[in-house]
Design a protein around this ligand. Sequence first.
Ligand code: ZN
Ligand code: ZN
Length: 312
Amino acid sequence: MLYTCSKCKINSGVFKRSYSGETLCKSCFLLSIENKTLHTISKYSMIGYGERIAVGVSGGKDSLTLLSILKKILKKNNSNDIIAITVDEGIENYRDESILIVKNHCDAINIPLKIFSYHDLFGTSMDEAMFQRPSKKLSSCSICGTFRRRALDIAAKSVSADVVATAHNLDDHIQTFMINLFSGDVDRIGWMYPTPIEYDTGLKKIKPFLELYENEIVFYAFHSGIEFQAEQCPYMNESIRSDFRKFFNELEKAHPGIKYNCYNAVNKLSKMIQNSRPTSPLYLKKVCSKCGNMCNNEVCSVCKTIFLLETK
Ligand SMILES: [Zn+2]
Ligand SMILES: [Zn+2]
């Protein structure tokens, strides 16, 4: 049984925020999520006046909610164009359904949508890549993540965006930290600080949901009537991410607020690692000898992955 809303003190509460002890009614809850998003955007200077924003939309709850909230909170100053970009990985049944959901959502809130496919961009789909890969050591999520980052870059460029927004939330952030930690990739922890990553081209990558718990986004989507794809990616269980997700959810149940503490610690560590480097850790100084994109090595991770898939 929930009590009266801690904010308005009028309506009955529908959501208990365990880590803060607040109970919120529907409208105070929805408003709190919009305000938190706006707060994250201004805290890390994510969006500037007049910047054109491409939002990566997958059809899941997080990205559809991000699109709706950005449309709502940015409408007030009316200076930012928003366009949705969707990446079609080529996963039969799963992706076809979500593209339809994205199209309907974009139509409903009047935002233009552009779709980019792995097949057109890289000559292979995820379903094909799963057959082509040399061994299971090359996980589905690592292939997909590598292609997705490049696909979003290409998509953003092709719609002349200044900013690419993705819906990574606090849970994703601390899972990524654990993945980097357990794979010994300390450099990558140095890239995790929430300020936008900026490319030479001027393109900024931002994560406005970074300070929101995943369960709050689900609750927002549900209560604001956003229809999303509930089915999870069929290749998801290959990911160590799912194990960390379960781990953190169990911890949070026993110790409310522990995810948020971890989030703060991750950012402090990230900053310390950044500061310990002689140059900015956001360097991408070399140029891929195959495709000409900026990267950290002689050949970029996309070209390396395509090579592995082609030479099985
Ligand atoms: Zn209220
Ligand atoms: Zn390359």
